[in-house]
Write a protein that binds this ligand. Structure first.
Ligand SMILES: [Zn+2]
Length: 267
């Protein structure tokens, strides 16, 4: 009996030591892991993009549909680059501008002059948001016939210039084919693993019709930048090269953007 009892006690002690050993191992493991988790919690994630590149098929898409996101990136301290894909020379707004110019007995705009005037509005808008003029890039892809392949080449170039940046384009579900081409180009590059972070934006006029994942709101303290950015498209000052082209072409979109104050996106 005693032996049996001692035996039992002995075994229990051994078990107790074993449990104790396992317990200490866990304690050591926790002690080892805790500082690591604390450090990673305090530091930005390794893959956090320090730059964000936005692709605007036409002048005004960047402000109307991606402005909230651009401002959120700028507020975070990210380097923001914006790329105008086309000069928007096919827009019917040229007729509206020219008839107003005729009424004011001022010279009308050729297609080329009209494109340059749109670029001027775009640059003013981007600078009002807070984008460094050095990070504004202008391309002249054919308006109304923007091809995915041409956009891909531009995106790959930007990806080299801004390594590890997040890239932001219009939704590949956008009914406007120029917009969709920008989204499809980005989607392909994300799927191929060339670009790691891609965001696809709903056009402001389709906020109710296309599903979205989340939205970037215009930060309160940058609301004035946003207003100035939208206002860049409303300036009628022909003597100084401003023709209110954006606003004349899609005034209702501007009213929506001013009311909604956010950029909706999906993946
Ligand atoms: Zn557009």
């Amino acid at each position: 009996m005693r032996t049996g009892i001692f035996g039992t006690i002995h075994l229990s002690k051994r078990n107790a030591y074993l449990y104790m050993g396992d317990f200490m191992k866990i304690v050591y493991l926790l002690l080892f892991m805790l500082p690591l988790s604390m450090i990673s919690g305090c530091m930005p994630l390794g893959d956090e993009p320090a730059a964000a590149v936005y692709y605007s098929p036409h002048a005004d898409d960047e402000a109307l549909s991606m402005g909230g996101s651009m401002l959120a990136s700028l507020e975070k301290g990210d380097q923001v680059a914006v790329v105008l894909l086309s000069k928007g020379k096919a827009s019917g707004a040229r007729d509206l501008v020219n008839s107003r110019l005729e009424k004011e007995a001022k010279p009308v705009l050729s297609v080329e002059e009209f494109g340059e005037a749109r670029v001027k509005e775009f640059k003013k808008s981007a600078e009002a948001l807070g984008v460094d003029p050095e990070n504004i890039f202008i391309y002249d892809l054919p308006d109304g016939d923007i091809q995915k392949e041409a956009v891909s080449k531009i995106m790959e170039k930007m990806n080299k210039q801004f390594p590890n940046a997040s890239h932001h384009a219009m939704s590949y579900k956008d009914p406007h084919r120029d917009h969709a081409a920008s989204g499809m180009a980005l989607k392909d590059l994300v799927e191929k693993g060339v670009i790691s972070a891609g965001y696809f934006y709903l056009p402001i006029q389709e906020h109710q019709t296309i599903d979205f994942k989340d939205a970037f709101a215009v930060p309160d303290d940058l609301a004035e930048n946003y207003r100035k950015s939208l206002d860049s498209y409303k300036i009628w000052d022909p003597d100084n090269g401003f023709y209110a082209i954006g606003y004349m072409s899609v005034d209702s979109y501007f009213h929506s953007a001013e009311a909604i104050l956010e950029s909706k996106w999906h993946q």
